[in-house]
Design a protein around this ligand. Structure first.
Ligand code: SAM
Length: 390
């Protein structure tokens, strides 16, 4: 805690209010809740959760930054991939999930307009009312001429559509259940309130968690180190199934940090992948600054592929972000852009490095494509495709 910047009085009061609501939930459930419930409330409790409340979250003045915030080159690459797919579809729409500040939507639509490949409609599904408002403001300022084709949804469309579903860094923001192994047993890590603070408490996993954990682990429980802990996204199945139900024809593109399953549940990753972001400081304690910091877990891309496959989708590609962007021609796009001066050009080179270098976002972030009734070579996966590693 000592290395984290101090929160101001107003923010701390806000955090205390949310803390009280979560404590109330813990009391009403006989003294403990799952970590997924805690994370859900910490991030999405109406009016109080990290994503639901009004503080600035994403970008330089917030807590963390994302690829579309780093550079419009990222979104231009996505737009080029979308244009290629939409040529093959009938009056396609794009649905973006969790659009953050709205900058990716602005840059994608601007590029699609240049390419003369605008979708029939661009939908945004954003659960945070605060972010939705910010997105509406940004789009109104930056692309007023395209406003008429953009609308915000409160839930997934009831009618199926042909098109593309995009989500950048959305799956990592979904609540996860935490577990810990103890010889032959799987325990769940619950959240309790003790000695005036939130804390972990181990208890036997229920049958559902026990079975899910045993499915994802790479070896028998007893072969893992004692007290091996990790997490599992138990909402992922229904989430992908409900998206698959919407898509008559087209592609889903998910970009996020994570691993294939054998890397995720590697025996040496003994403490899982939970990370918290507060004012650009990264640490692993989700009980600090509740409601003021982001909480994330890496994505098990094998799980994404499995659920997609079981929902009738094809796995159309899986590659590190660097290769996706290079396959979409990020370097050529940079050469094509007109820069005011050499400083601007150097800044674009710096951004490309951040997005593609292996020790920055290039390797840690991956892109997975799940398709329905679509059979075409995708430029983003033309250089490297790691589908077989899933
Ligand atoms: C880490 S932010 C990423 C924002 C943006 N995509 C970007 O790259 O800057 C996570 C976003 O996902 C949204 N989100 C979380 N759960 C979601 C869900 N089930 N469906 C759609 N969006 C969700 C959050 O409200 C937030 O906008």
């Amino acid at each position: 805690m000592s290395e984290l910047p101090e929160a101001d009085e107003h923010a701390l009061r806000h955090s205390k209010e949310l803390e009280k609501v979560i404590r109330g939930q813990i009391e009403s459930e006989d003294g403990q809740i799952s970590f997924a419930q805690f994370m859900q409330m910490a991030l999405y409790q109406p009016g109080l959760g990290y994503y639901s409340a009004g503080a600035r979250k994403i970008g330089a003045g917030g807590d963390f930054t994302t690829a579309p915030e780093i550079s419009s080159l990222f979104s231009i690459c996505l737009a080029r991939q979308c244009a290629e797919i939409m040529r093959d579809l009938n009056g396609a729409v794009i649905l973006e999930l969790g659009a953050g500040t709205g900058v990716m939507a602005c840059d994608i639509l601007t590029e699609l307009k240049v390419l003369n490949a605008l979708p029939r409609h661009y939908y945004i599904l954003e659960p945070s009312a605060d972010l939705q408002q910010r997105q509406q403001q940004l789009l109104a300022e930056r692309i007023p001429d395209l406003e008429s084709i953009v609308s915000w949804l409160d839930s997934l469309p009831e009618k199926t559509f042909e098109g593309i579903i995009l989500a950048n860094e959305v799956i990592d923001a979904m609540p996860v259940r935490r577990f810990c192994l103890d010889n032959d047993n799987v325990d769940e890590l619950f959240v309790v309130w003790e000695d005036d603070k939130f804390d972990w408490k181990r208890g036997p996993a229920d049958a559902e968690l026990d079975s899910k954990v045993k499915t994802v682990l790479q070896q028998p429980v007893s072969d893992y180190p004692h007290a091996y802990c990790s997490e599992i996204n138990s909402a992922l199945d229904n989430w992908i199934k409900s998206l698959a139900d919407c898509l008559a024809r087209g592609l889903m593109l998910f970009i996020d940090y994570g691993y294939s399953r054998h890397e995720y549940y590697h025996e040496q990753r003994t403490q899982g992948t939970l990370l918290c972001h507060y004012q650009h400081h990264v640490h692993s304690n989700p009980f600090l600054y509740v409601g003021l910091q982001d909480i994330t877990a890496s994505v098990d891309f094998t799980a994404v592929a499995e659920v997609g496959f079981n929902a009738g989708l094809n796995i159309s590609g899986f590659t590190p972000q660097a290769y996706f962007l290079l396959g979409c021609g990020i370097e050529k796009i940079m050469e094509e852009l007109k820069y005011e001066d050499v400083r601007e050009q150097l800044e674009a080179s710096r951004q490309i490095k951040l997005l593609t270098m292996p020790d920055e976002m290039g390797e840690r972030f991956k892109v997975i494509a799940l398709g329905r009734n679509i059979d075409m070579a995708l430029r983003g996966f033309s250089l490297v495709d790691h589908r077989r590693r899933l």
